[in-house]
Each structure stands twice: as C-alpha cells, then as structure tokens.
Design a protein around this ligand. Structure first.
Ligand code: SAM
Ligand code: SF4
Length: 330
C-alpha cells in the first residue's frame, strides 16, 4: 500500500516538526511580539513521532527531514534520530537547523546515520545576522558548518532573499559555494505568517545579481540527487570555478507543485498536506484514541488523497495558512 495522492503524485518525503520553540527569532518567521506556545500535552511525543514515521516508511516514505521551530532545542533529538535510523525501511535522514547548537550534536547524528544537514543562514554579516535573528551567534553557525563539512556531512545552506534585509549580501552567500563543496540555495520568501510583513526577491533578480558578480551560470542538472535518487524542488546552476552549486527554491515565481512529493507532520500532530492551506489529518487524535497501525495507515492513505493540487501564493500574495513557519515546520 503506497502513498499516492489524487493527482498521481507519489508521497515519499515526510518533514517532521519537532518543536515550535526556537533559540532565534528571525523577523520573517517569528514575531517579535508575544509568541503563543503549545502546551506540553499538545505536542507529539517522540514515541508518537517514531510510530507515524514507521507507519509511513512502511507505506513508501523514504526520506525524513527533522525541522521545527528549531529541532535542536527538542530534548531527545539524538535518540529520535538513532531510532529513525533503525527503522526497517531505513529512510534517508536529514535535518534543517539554524546551526547555532549543531556543533555539539554532530557526532551523535553521524553515529546514528544522519548524513545531510541543511543550515539556514541568510547573511554572513555579523550585524545583519544579529538584527535579523535577535542573537549574535554567527560565529557558532560558521564553525558548525566547517565542522560538519570536515566530518563528511552533505551540507547545504538555505538563504531566504529579502528586500532591504540581505539583498546586498546575496553574492557573498553564493561565494560560500565557490570556496567549499557546499550547495547554497536561495529560497523565495512566502507570504506565510510573519513572512507577509517582508518583501521577497524573485529568483530571476537574484540570478542577475549573481551573474553580474560571477559571470554566466551553467545548468547543473544532477546536483539534487545525491543519496536516494530523489529530486527536490531546487533548480541548480554552477558558476565557473565554484566547488559547490547554487540552487533556487522558488515557490513564488517557479512553482513546483506538479512534482510535490512531500507532506508535513506538524508539532501538534497534524499531517499537513500543503503549506498554503491550514487543513490536514489529525494524526495525534487518531493515535490518542487508540487507532491500530492498520487504522492509522488507512487514515493516512485516505488523508493524502486530499492533498491539494497546488498552492496559490503568487496568485493571492497571501496564504490561507495564518500560522508562521516556526509553527508548522518549514
Ligand atoms: N529553525 C530551523 C531553521 O531555521 O533552519 C528550521 C525551521 S525554519 C522554519 C525552516 C526554514 O524555513 C528556514 O530555512 C527558514 O529560513 C524558512 N522560512 C521561514 N519562514 C519562511 C517564509 N515565510 N518563506 C520562506 N521560507 C521561510
Ligand atoms: Fe527559528 Fe528557523 Fe524561524 Fe529563524 S527560521 S525563527 S531559526 S524557526
């Protein structure tokens, strides 16, 4: 019984949000005013997360990414990674983190079989970093990146391009891929939650900036299939003399809904089918009401049939999902 939605898309990729807490406060993701927190009982336990992961990997999910909020502030993440690595179907494991707490955990993650780390970093300028995130932690992030690379992790940098915030710094971020075997991906800002308070920069504008600085780019077709043969939504290019590639994830200007193979498990236990819409399947309720694995699998299979055909971010410049990314799992 595999997982295919009503549009024939095979669901192979599960993004799991471990927490709605974060040690940073990026202005496009988390409001500076009071943040509502979920109560302890509303949050899926690690055992519940593991169970959903087991059921879904048995149904064909082969890639699991841990995210949040900031996943590294969730107690027990090392044990969870270990247990996910021991699942029968051996999913490819990956992590998205702001990198601040990463250095101390790399060894445990490597030992548990995790090999792929995406680090979100929107600027290399210490002042911009502190003003964007509310914390002076750029040095810790940069040192975690070097450590992860030296240990053999596949490292990607994710930078959201935002007008008036980091627009002048995008070439410097891309240059990270010139000097290291690292892919740097520019993500278009989505008008979700606090994201709607800022203005993003379209892929083509970023590309022009980079070509002005580094010369004409070539297409780099095979960059996104390093481990399990799965393609992600990024389009990659390579610049002359760069060790890594530069990628673009552009939900606003180059939507990739047609090939979307992912669903999200939110921190409060909803299987969320599309970023744009708030709807989903209440997996936590099913589990806590005593559903068997078979019942859970059947409900997930039926829930996936409701995955929307596409988002409408660019048409509406808004989102039906009113929560921010830290709450739903970016
Ligand atoms: N705290 C971790 C981190 O920052 O990598 C994981 C969670 S964070 C919500 C995941 C990703 O979502 C980050 O790369 C962040 O830049 C991105 N993000 C947050 N809000 C966004 C928005 N409105 N549009 C596009 N990306 C966004
Ligand atoms: Fe935290 Fe990540 Fe959101 Fe920044 S983008 S506030 S690091 S969850």
């Amino acid at each position: 019984m595999d997982l295919t939605d009503a549009y024939g898309r095979k669901i192979e990729y599960l993004r799991i949000s471990l927490t709605d807490k974060c040690n940073l406060r990026c202005s496009y993701c988390m409001p500076s005013e009071g943040v509502k927190r979920l109560s302890h009982t509303d949050v899926l336990t690690l055992e519940e997360i593991l169970r959903v992961s087991r059921v879904m990997t048995d149904m064909g999910v082969c890639r699991i990414r841990l995210t949040g909020g900031e996943p590294l502030v969730r107690k027990g993440i090392e044990t969870l990674v270990q247990s996910l690595g021991e699942l029968d179907k051996k999913p490819e494991l990956a992590l998205t983190t702001n990198g601040v707490l990463l250095a101390d955990k790399l060894e445990a993650f490597y030992g548990a079989g995790l090999r792929s780390v995406n680090i979100s970093l929107d600027t290399l300028n210490r002042e911009t970093y502190a003003s964007l995130t509310g914390t002076d932690a750029l040095t810790e992030v940069l040192s975690a990146i070097e450590q992860a690379l030296s240990m053999g992790f596949k490292v990607k940098l994710n930078a959201v391009s935002i007008q008036g915030v980091n627009d002048k710094e995008l070439p410097a971020l891309a240059a990270f891929a010139r000097d290291r075997a690292i892919d740097v991906r520019f993500i278009e800002l989505m008008p979700i939650g606090c994201g709607a308070r800022h203005k993003g920069i379209p892929q083509d504008v970023v590309m022009d900036m980079l070509e002005d600085k580094f010369g004409k780019a070539d297409k780099a077709p095979d960059a996104e299939a390093p481990i399990a043969g799965l393609r992600g939504p990024a389009e990659y290019v390579s610049f002359k003399d760069f060790k890594g590639n530069v990628g673009f994830i552009s939900p606003m200007s180059h939507s990739f809904c047609e090939s979307c193979n992912r669903v999200r498990l939110t921190v409060d236990g909803m299987l969320k089918l599309c970023l744009y819409y708030p709807d989903g399947l209440d997996v936590k309720k099913l589990i806590r009401e005593g559903a068997s694995d078979k019942e859970l699998a059947e409900a997930i299979r039926e829930g996936i049939l409701k995955k929307p055909e596409k988002h409408c971010f660019s048409e509406t410049n808004d989102s039906e999902e009113k929560r921010s990314m830290y709450e739903i799992g970016g």
